[in-house]
Design a protein around this ligand. Structure first.
Ligand code: ASP
Ligand code: MG
Length: 315
């Protein structure tokens, strides 16, 4: 725990932030966007599920984070890094689902300067039975247009001052193939393209090494049927998603390729083997990142109350 100067000063600053007029407005805008997202998804036939906060099964992620696990009653539980596997299993029960899902990802301190990582954040995580990647992209484009046009109208005065360059996104969003971006702009292509863009765009066909085992491999054997959504004006990644592997043998191969330990996914694998998983596609987008983009905020710490930045102390 690293609190700078004395605890008294920390508390004074903390309360000053809580009382700030700007943060009060941001939280109201966020509240409105959550209501709009729920309204939109329910109209499309989605059912909201309650979040899972602890489970022996969670997203392995494609990058290293510190472990957030504990033992209870003889089982090792993890704090939810994403509900990806629960989403697939929930489709045994409902056809289209979403969760306003709190996730804990203990990102290394080096990520803090990117200004878009919190170690505790909320994502709207959704999944649809028998859907394709295209279905998900269409849904999200429509959702973003709906949310941004409505919030822009309702908070006209505040947003025209807070983020005068905010525009309602134009559909269809451009689709950029990951390998084309890499070839044209090099390793940092995502940042460069985000800084150049004025409309959100899709990054598609992400190579197999660069993502988790659960996104579906395309017939080319090298890229996935998945996508990220990237915000313009340098705001960077908004969302990840894709079609999913649902066949036991294919999942085993992908685990092996990623060198993930099958023991960590024991229950998931047993269910897949015995019953088969529903075929599906889905995605998850961060609520704080959407807030940061819509409000035009310098740092994601401004995009919620009680923000916790990697490496910093937070309440
Ligand atoms: N939930 C995944 C994530 O957090 C996104 C997805 O649905 O693929 O990255
Ligand atoms: Mg991602």
């Amino acid at each position: 725990m690293r609190i700078s100067e004395s605890d008294g000063l920390f508390i004074r600053d903390y309360v000053k932030t809580l009382k700030s007029e700007k943060l009060e407005k941001i939280v109201k805008i966020q509240d409105e966007m959550l209501a709009l997202i729920r309204e939109f998804l329910r109209k499309k036939g989605f059912v909201e599920l309650l979040p899972v906060i602890i489970s022996p099964l969670t997203d392995p992620l494609n990058h290293d984070v510190y472990s957030a696990t504990f033992e209870a009653y003889g089982t090792r539980y993890s704090l939810t890094q994403s509900m990806i596997f629960h989403k697939q299993l929930a489709l045994f029960n409902q056809e289209k689902i979403f969760i306003v899902s709190p996730n804990v990802r203990l990102e290394p301190e080096e990520r803090a300067p990117l200004r878009r990582y919190l170690i505790e954040f909320v994502q709207v995580d959704l999944e649809m039975r028998d859907a394709t990647r295209e279905d998900v992209m269409e849904l999200i484009e429509e959702l973003l247009v709906y949310v941004i046009s409505n919030v822009k109208e309702k908070f006209k005065d505040i947003l025209s001052e807070m983020n005068p360059s905010l525009k309602v996104p134009k559909r269809p969003f451009e689709k950029v193939k990951y390998l084309d971006g890499l070839e044209k702009y090099g390793k940092d292509f995502e940042r460069i393209l985000s800084e150049k863009a004025e409309n959100p765009f899709w990054l598609i066909d992400i190579p197999i090494e660069a993502r988790e085992f659960y996104d579906k491999l395309s017939d080319d054997g090298r890229t996935l049927l998945d996508m990220d959504l990237i915000y313009p004006f340098g705001f960077g990644e908004a969302l990840s998603g894709g079609e999913r592997e649902y066949e036991y043998e294919r999942i085993l191969k992908r685990l092996e390729f990623k060198k993930n330990d099958p023991e960590d996914f024991k229950w998931y694998l047993e269910i897949a083997k015995e019953f088969g998983l529903p075929r599906s596609a889905g995605c998850g987008f961060g609520v704080e990142r959407l807030t940061r983009y819509v409000c035009g905020l310098e740092h994601i710490r401004e995009a919620r109350l009680f923000a916790k930045v990697p490496g910093e102390f937070g309440l």
